[in-house]
Write a protein of this length. Structure first.
Length: 253
């Protein structure tokens, strides 16, 4: 039976991760720590004898920069690199650019309500107006701008992500062309792919958090079924990162 390997990771720490702000579609660069996380991710991939044949990232620089650093560490900067808005972070609507703790306070310090919007499958932030400053020239190739979000739940992220992933990445690149694929993306997209590939329920996905900069590996059959449980290449670092993400916004940094 053929085994197809998929490497996925959330980008390294961005400036707004560091400042505890909702990033969403706003284009924020990596911190020095984020660049170091990207280098470490590349070293982990190399140590586990994984060799990606193609790179997919979002259209946001924190994803692109992380992917480029990883390819440099692997000495494979020539690998084909596909950038797509379908791998962009979840659009956080009117919360984009805002301090997470300020939003928590605005919601009456209601932890359940705050975590519903952050983590529930159907939690939806308030939408931005039609004039969205995060929709800029990087999306000029999209003729129908109405397909671009003004705020998203995780369910909405999956609606724009999973068909692209299934047909473009899984069926075409991994199964038909037998490529090892590296996806460098964002927390909500990683959660969406975990939900899809691991068949996580709508309720249970709220409990899954994703650290920055730690690759996880899926080994899949031709049908896209997991051959064994997915795994992080540094489990201890991943668990520490997940705990940090879980508590974001509940206290002022």
């Amino acid at each position: 039976m053929a085994v197809h390997k998929l490497i996925i990771l959330r980008h390294g720490e961005s400036q707004w991760n560091h400042e505890n702000k909702f990033c969403g579609w706003i284009d924020i660069p990596l911190t020095d720590k984020g660049r170091e996380e990207a280098r470490y991710a590349g070293e982990l991939i190399k140590q586990h004898n994984l060799s990606p044949d193609i790179l997919y990232t979002s259209k946001l620089r924190r994803s692109i920069e992380t992917g480029f650093i990883i390819l440099q560490v692997l000495n494979k900067p020539w690998v084909d690199h596909i950038k797509t808005w379908r791998l962009n972070e979840r659009h956080y609507g009117q919360y984009q650019g805002r301090d997470k703790h300020d939003v928590f306070m605005e919601l009456g310090q209601d932890k359940q309500k705050f975590q519903y919007i952050r983590r529930n499958y159907n939690g939806l932030p308030p939408l931005v107006d039609a004039e969205d400053p995060s929709i800029d020239e990087k999306y000029n190739d999209i003729l129908n701008k109405e397909i671009l979000p003004r705020g998203e739940s995780l369910a909405m992220v999956m609606q724009r992500l999973i068909p692209f992933f299934k047909y473009e990445i899984l069926d075409n690149q991994m199964v038909q062309l037998n490529k090892t694929v590296l996806i460098v993306t964002h927390g909500s997209v990683v959660r969406s792919l975990i939900k899809y590939l691991n068949k996580v329920s709508d309720d249970d996905i709220s409990k899954i958090n994703v650290p920055t900069g730690v690759p996880l590996v899926f080994e899949l059959s031709d049908k896209g079924d997991l051959i064994k449980p997915y795994y992080y290449l540094d489990k201890e670092k991943a668990e520490k990162g997940m705990e940090k993400v879980k508590n974001e916004g509940l206290q002022k940094l």
